[in-house]
Design a protein around this ligand. Structure first.
Ligand SMILES: Cc1cc2nc3c(=O)[nH]c(=O)nc-3n(C[C@H](O)[C@H](O)[C@H](O)COP(=O)(O)O)c2cc1C
Length: 255
């Protein structure tokens, strides 16, 4: 086995689909029907859920006017407007709160753990939906930009208190076949029995070079240390620094 890739004689349709996966931002006119969406979400809602709390909900958005509204706080990403179906994956504490109230308890001061449980639950449903969609030839891209302005997204989608959009997902039949973006060498990502800190950091230089070559091949402007420079530019200035306050206003304490 090369230290840069994991190879195996074993494969399956699901593994092949995951190995070929890439984000798709351009969609064919082929309709994504309600039957497609029902099949995708029916399967996705079988995702594991912490203590069976099912602290998630999904809004299926087809209305072009609503997709246009959603795109605005998401930095006007046009694939949100052009995709046939946009799914919003929500962390949802409302049913937990209702259960608490039956016992005279409140969900005020819900803590970091409860916020994480709901967020992780929603993410697992989202990824399951993504894989289910892929199995039908429907592909797309996740949209974390719904967290740019949680209150605006809540207003557009009519979300009550104790519900926030963790991420969205544009789905459609693909109208592009972009080159796959390389991932970091697995030698730094997968550890055996104990974490190897040197191996983890040793992948950075080779990956910076690999990602730079990828961007050059697709004609995208980049810099010498492609990944390191990109991550620093995007995240070192604390992206979405108002998020804790915005989510607190939505009824999530995260404290
Ligand atoms: C939680 C999450 C949020 C994302 N948000 C956006 C987004 O707002 N807009 C976008 O174009 N891509 C978004 N992406 C897609 C990533 O940019 C993409 O997965 C990454 O660059 C790797 O490329 P690939 O999916 O083609 O392999 C998001 C991905 C994830 C997992």
């Amino acid at each position: 086995m090369s230290p840069d890739t994991l190879s195996s004689e074993i494969t399956s349709e699901t593994i092949e689909a995951l190995l070929n996966r890439r984000s798709i931002r351009k969609y064919a006119d082929t309709p994504v029907t309600d039957d497609h969406v029902n099949a995708i979400l029916g399967a996705a809602l079988r995702a594991p859920t912490s203590s069976n709390v099912q602290a998630y909900s999904v809004v299926v958005v087809r209305d072009p006017a609503i997709k246009e509204e959603i795109a605005v706080p998401c930095g006007n990403q046009q694939h949100i407007v052009s995709c046939p179906v946009f799914l919003a994956f929500l962390a949802d504490l409302t049913r937990i709160e209702a259960a608490f109230q039956r016992h005279g308890h409140t969900a005020d001061n819900n803590n970091l753990e409860m916020g994480l449980v709901a967020t992780i639950d929603a993410a697992l449903v989202g990824m399951s939906a993504y894989v289910a969609a892929e199995s039908l030839g429907i592909q797309g891209v996740m949209i974390g930009a719904v967290r740019n302005d949680p209150e605006k997204i809540a207003e557009i989608l009519g979300l009550p208190n104790r519900v926030y959009a963790v991420f969205g997902m544009c789905l459609g039949f693909p109208d592009q076949a972009p080159k796959q973006k390389p991932r970091m060498p697995v030698s730094g990502i997968v550890h055996h029995d104990r974490y190897d800190a040197d191996a983890s950091l040793a992948v950075l230089d080779p990956y910076n070079a690999q990602l730079r070559a990828h961007y050059e091949a697709i004609g995208k402007e980049t810099t010498a240390d492609s990944w390191s420079d990109e991550v620093d530019a995007k995240l070192s200035a604390k992206a979405r620094d108002g998020l804790r306050a915005a989510l607190k206003a939505r009824g999530f304490d995260f404290s």
